[in-house]
Design a protein around this ligand. Sequence first.
Ligand SMILES: Cc1ncc(COP(=O)(O)O)c(C=O)c1O
Length: 410
Amino acid sequence: MEEGLLSKRSKYVYNILLEEEGLASNLAEAGKKVVKLNRGDPAVYFKTPKYMIDAYVKALRSNQTYYSRAEGAKTLINAVIKRYKEFYGLALSEDSIITTEGVSEALYFINSSLINTGDMAVIFRPYYNQYMTTLELHGGRPIFADYDERNMWAVDLDALRKSLKSARSNGQIKRVKYMLVTNPNNPTGTVLSRRILSGLADIANEYGIFLISDEIYDEIIFNGAKFTSISEVAKGMPYAILNGASKNFDATGFRIGFIIIPEHDRLSSELKSKMSDYARMRLSVNTPAQYAVAEGISNSKEHAKAIKEMVSEIEKRINSSVRILRENEYLDVVRPNGAFYIFPHIDIKSLKFRNDKGFVEGLLKEKLLQTARGSGFGSPAHFRIVSLATESILTDSMKKINEFCIKHAR
Ligand SMILES: Cc1ncc(COP(=O)(O)O)c(C=O)c1O
């Protein structure tokens, strides 16, 4: 075994969000109480709605514990079809939807089916870290486009056009397999405008790039923002939507996601059929969880109540956290209007830290606050705070962040 046991590509497998886990558990073992502001898991703070738990138990009690249809139980697929019709006026057929073990598995399927070694994908920075690891694990490389922090984290369409134009002139464009946008965004909490999304659809169309929109937070919208699904602006062109039960349905541990490919052009049909092969290769997704999510979606009255309560709490928690952080002269914070993250810029030069990693480590050791460094999302000199804990925990934590910065000012 001269080459070593592990594959070369396995070096890309890494989860930045769990990077400080060792240090955090050492602190916990030493009797310290670490506040975890690093994982975007709503089910830790808001209980998964009871009507969904009841549906899960009912599925178990009626022995729905067998392999489901590989692409997803029909009950769930039909619930998703109804949701997209009601929400976005989108007409989906049964074969347009593949159920996955969370969006995480959807990312695997997509990269494994599209990416040959040396192929590329347009990734917007800051990105959800799993986009990069799954792309690189499959031998792909990113073409980065930046969300513009000075412009409320909107996409700079001109800069994107410019980089694709140069990829076209140097012949790389043929290897660009997809463009992946996150709306609302993790880690910035930004909801993209309809104008930006239309611009992205036009650019993807012009360059013949398959457009993917990760809309896993599409109901967690606040501060007066209006959400536009890519399906409202990308009609008639190849595209896919990623979504699931983890965030809107507050059921991260159910592990249910969807790949939705609405159109019937050659690229869309080819990918749909391959996604079905992938689903069949791993037989099934958790069957009782699918029935629970089907009920989660179909019982629109219960869902509307649950999501309204959760989003209004998140809005309060985000806004009060941002208010406190804005008193801090070493941080710049764009106020989020979706998801549940805050992604402050750190004025590293004015603090006694070399980089965001040092900042995040210091915050954990001294103030017992576990956050995630921005460089893990492709944006150094930032850090990500998950704003899901109770308002009193968050208020206390934000004050500690401010004290920490003052203490370490140059
Ligand atoms: C933008 C985004 N996509 C996908 C995921 C993964 O979701 P799932 O639980 O469905 O695998 C997350 C989780 O935080 C996310 O923030």
